[in-house]
Design a protein around this ligand. Structure first.
Ligand code: FES
Length: 201
């Protein structure tokens, strides 16, 4: 019968050989790599894509909510036709927008403001937002130029452009317009309809 100490000593080379073999396997595996690669950080790419989808804006600082304090957004000619002193002669097609309607051709439509619980007559030569404000309602807005969605509303009767004409709205997509959404600051009535204000897509 072998003394246990002697047996341990006898096994030592085998243990050492086993350890060396294990280290070799680990070393070879590390040379090959595991095939794992860090996930690419797509956040920058996503941010860039989103930024490119948002048009440049030049609207006033938020908080400039004084009615009429924005210099009368509706009176600013579309396209900034100021190159020739800002004067447009009557009858010139140049800077005409959906609100440039001769006084004797102005029409009125019955518009139901669902949340306000009232139906009022709106003319076709002023944006819905302005005419709602004339009723004394505190309607939401920010840029008043069709460049944000603060003033968005929902026309419940169908595609919004069946009922209003937008003057250069830059935010709503075709599908959203088809769903009835409108930007009230640049939307001129073209028919009677019902609208829920303060509703964005
Ligand atoms: S207030 Fe910004 S789009 Fe109408």
């Amino acid at each position: 019968m072998l003394n246990p100490l002697i047996a341990n000593v006898a096994n030592t080379p085998a243990i050492v050989l086993g350890a060396i073999a294990t280290l070799l396997v680990v070393f070879v595996s590390s040379l090959k790599g595991t095939g794992w690669e860090p996930a690419t950080d797509i956040s920058d790419e996503v941010l860039e894509r989103r930024a490119s989808a948002v048009p440049e804006t030049e609207f006033p600082e938020p908080g400039n909510r004084a009615i009429g304090g924005g210099g009368g957004g509706g009176a600013i000619p579309a396209g900034g036709a100021e190159g020739e002193g800002g004067e447009l002669e009557d009858g010139e097609a140049g800077g005409s927008g959906p609100g440039d309607i001769p006084e004797d051709e102005v029409e009125y439509f019955e518009v139901e403001f669902v949340k306000q619980g009232e139906t009022v007559e709106l003319s076709n030569d002023q944006p819905i937002l302005e005419q709602g404000e004339d009723e004394g309602w505190d309607l939401p807005y920010a840029c008043r130029q069709g460049q944000c969605v603060s003033c968005a509303g929902h026309i419940t009767d169908g595609p919004s452009e069946d009922y209003v004409e937008h003057d250069n709205q830059q935010m709503l997509e075709e599908a959203e317009i088809d769903d009835g959404y409108t930007l009230t600051c640049v939307a001129y009535p073209r028919d009677s309809f019902s609208i829920e204000t303060g509703e964005a897509p």
